[in-house]
Every structure is written in structure tokens, then in C-alpha cells.
Design a protein around this ligand. Structure first.
Ligand SMILES: Cc1cc2nc3c(=O)[nH]c(=O)nc-3n(C[C@H](O)[C@H](O)[C@H](O)COP(=O)(O)O)c2cc1C
Length: 197
């Protein structure tokens, strides 16, 4: 039985390209169950000082305050652990990811839980999962002239790799605000059709 963790981050519901193409990708993967994190409907709060303090404390010293400060992170990490596949749908906002998605990342990238550090090197702790990232771009050219301005695909690929998810498939949909969305969507659909369920 496969479980998909789907994380949607566009502030839009109506008219969102990343969500719509994410729907197609999710249908292709045909999971038995889906855990949905809609970061626009239920925003994850920015990581708090108490949470950061607990992240970098020995868990054997945790009291009620530390457990409370890390409860959300624990539940988000449990969703990651429960998933076979992870689908992130994301728009480019000002050359990067929406802050809604960054807030989720700040709760999930956690020493001793999703990555390790032995004093010399970092290691990813989340193993055996595939990630799929659907990115909606208003402009076009992020594979060419605008490559240096894309802080979405390289960043998300790096962060996923950092926590141990090395099987990452990026589906870009470019030129949405330049009248090229339909062509880009057709290309995305063709890529999705080649994916293994
Ligand atoms: C606040 C904001 C900032 C944006 N910044 C960029 C940008 O830097 N580069 C770009 O190509 N498109 C940018 N766009 C356009 C979106 O990436 C585009 O509309 C995309 O379709 C949004 O995803 P969605 O359709 O899933 O909501 C921006 C849109 C918004 C709302």
C-alpha cells in the first residue's frame, strides 16, 4: 500500500497551475492513501525560539515545554515518515519559494530527525522515498537565460537531498503569465505520463 504526502503551497486555490498539475501527477502515482498538507488553508507557523532551543537540546532533557514546542515538528515529520512518495506543488514567488513552504521546511529539517551531523559531515536520515516537485513559473526561461534567478528548483532539490531524499523529479511549468502556460502544461503532462506509478 503506497502513501503519498502531498504539500500544496500556492496561496491560490482557484486558478492555481501548480495545484492543477499536481492533481495530474497525484493521479498518475495512484496512491492508496494521501496525506494532504495545504499550507494556504492551514499555514505552518514560523519556527519559534522555544522550538529552535528544543531542536538543539538533548531529547533526554525534554520537559513539557520542549515537548510542546516540538509537537508540530514531530507530527510533520511523522507524515514524512509515513509517506512512500512526497509531492510538493509550488509557485515561484519573487524568485524563490512561498514563505508558507519555507515555514514547513523549517519545521521538518531537524538535527537528529531528518539529518545528522557527526562533527565533520552532514547525513540525510530520510531514506527510500521519492519526491516530485511541480513548479509554476509566471515567466519563462528558467532553464536558460534566467537560470541564475531560479531559487526554487535548485533549493528544493538541495534541501530534499540534504535530508536524504535523492530521488527527486522536478516538473517545471513555465511562462504561465506570458501566455505560454498551455504549452508548458502539455509538456508537463507528457513528463508525468512517463513516470512510474
Ligand atoms: C507574490 C508573487 C510573486 C511572483 N514572483 C514571480 C517571480 O519572481 N518569477 C516568476 O516567473 N513568476 C512570479 N510570479 C508568478 C507565479 O509564479 C505564477 O503566477 C504561478 O502560476 C503561480 O502559481 P499558481 O498558479 O500555482 O498559483 C509571482 C506571483 C506572485 C503572486
Amino acid at each position: 500500500m503506497t502513501t503519498l504526502l502531498r504539500i500544496d503551497s500556492s496561496s491560490r486555490h482557484d486558478g492555481s497551475w501548480s495545484r492543477r498539475i499536481g492533481d495530474e501527477l497525484a493521479a498518475r502515482l495512484a496512491p492508496k492513501q494521501t496525506i494532504l498538507r495545504d499550507l494556504a488553508l492551514a499555514p505552518v507557523p514560523h519556527v519559534a525560539a522555544e522550538t529552535i532551543g528544543a531542536f538543539f537540546s538533548d531529547t533526554s532533557t525534554y520537559g513539557a515545554a520542549e515537548r510542546a514546542a516540538t509537537a508540530l515538528s514531530d507530527s510533520l515529520l511523522a507524515e514524512v515518515a509515513a509517506a512512500d512518495d512526497i509531492l510538493i506543488t509550488v509557485p515561484m514567488y519573487n524568485f524563490g519559494i512561498p514563505s508558507a513552504l519555507k515555514a514547513w521546511i523549517d519545521q521538518v529539517v531537524r538535527l537528529g530527525r531528518s539529518f545528522s551531523f557527526d562533527g565533520q559531515a552532514f547525513g540525510g536520515l530520510i531514506k527510500g522515498k521519492r519526491a516530485f516537485v511541480v513548479i509554476a513559473y509566471g515567466a519563462a526561461g528558467y532553464a536558460g537565460d534566467l537560470k541564475a534567478a531560479d531559487f526554487v528548483a535548485p533549493y528544493l532539490t538541495f534541501v530534499l537531498n540534504f535530508i536524504g531524499i535523492t530521488d527527486v523529479t522536478v516538473i517545471p511549468v513555465e511562462g504561465i503569465n506570458m501566455g505560454q502556460g498551455e504549452v508548458a502544461e502539455a509538456a508537463a503532462r507528457a513528463s508525468i505520463a512517463t513516470l512510474a506509478a
